[in-house]
Design a binder for this molecule. Structure first.
Ligand code: PRP
Ligand code: URA
Length: 209
């Protein structure tokens, strides 16, 4: 069974509070989402394997550790997932980026796919699927279904805010996937928005609406 990690780092918690506030405008919202994603990537990569290589300091030859050739694909769920990509690439500059375009139908709340493009060799990569919001879980499950159809085997899901309902849906459908959240919120409202949440992540990132 994959694990559920809710990150309790003070910097992450502080920045989450800032993005929840309704008076936080798009510029600051974008910056904060990027920063939180970077801090989350620091935690998510904690189990990356290391290998020892030989190097020379200005003084002596020595052995020192480097990441053992892990190939990563960062895959945002469009649109809002895009806001997390640069923060993660700051720490993992060699990662490739795929895109999964989904929107939630306002009536049915079910995800509708409109675009998918993944880097080559997705079956050999550690896939980091990112989306700020995990609400009903429909979008995340559809994205993971697609990733697995394309051959992905190692998938981690990173969201800023999750609802218990969505976490359960993802973990029931894909028990092998580790889920990372910056906050596990209370519940969904009658429109399937997360409470207390932060509103519509895509609209707040891109200034739409
Ligand atoms: C939001 C969010 C997730 C989805 C979560 O995207 O970014 O992708 O809703 O909801 P779910 O867990 O109930 O599926 P939205 O559909 O609003 O599209 P957007 O990012 O293009 O605004
Ligand atoms: N999508 C969002 O952007 N926010 C929510 O609270 C739920 C879905």
């Amino acid at each position: 069974m994959g694990t559920l990690h809710v990150m309790d780092h003070p910097l992450i918690q502080h920045k989450i509070t800032m993005i929840r506030k309704k008076e936080t405008g798009s510029k600051e919202f974008r910056e904060l989402v990027e920063e939180i994603a970077m801090l989350m990537a620091y935690e998510i990569t904690r189990d990356f394997p290391l290998e020892e290589i030989e190097i020379e300091t200005p003084l002596v030859k020595t052995k020192s550790k480097v990441i053992a050739g892990k190939k990563v694909a960062v895959v945002p769920i469009l649109r809002a997932g895009l806001g997390m990509v640069d923060g993660i690439l700051n720490l993992l500059p060699a990662a490739k980026v795929g895109h999964i375009g989904l929107y939630r139908d306002p009536e049915t709340k079910k995800p509708v796919a409109y675009y998918c493009k993944l880097p080559q060799g997705i079956d050999r990569r550690e896939v980091l699927l990112v989306d700020p919001m995990l609400a009903t879980g429909g979008s995340a499950v559809a994205a993971i279904d697609f990733l697995k159809e394309q051959g992905a085997k190692n998938i981690k899901l990173a969201c800023l805010i999750g609802a218990p309902e969505g976490v359960k849906v993802v973990r029931d459908a894909h028990p092998d996937v580790d889920v990372f959240l910056a906050s596990l919120d209370e519940r969904l409202n009658e429109h399937c928005y997360i409470l207390p949440g932060l509103g519509d992540a895509g609209d707040r990132l891109f200034g739409t609406k």
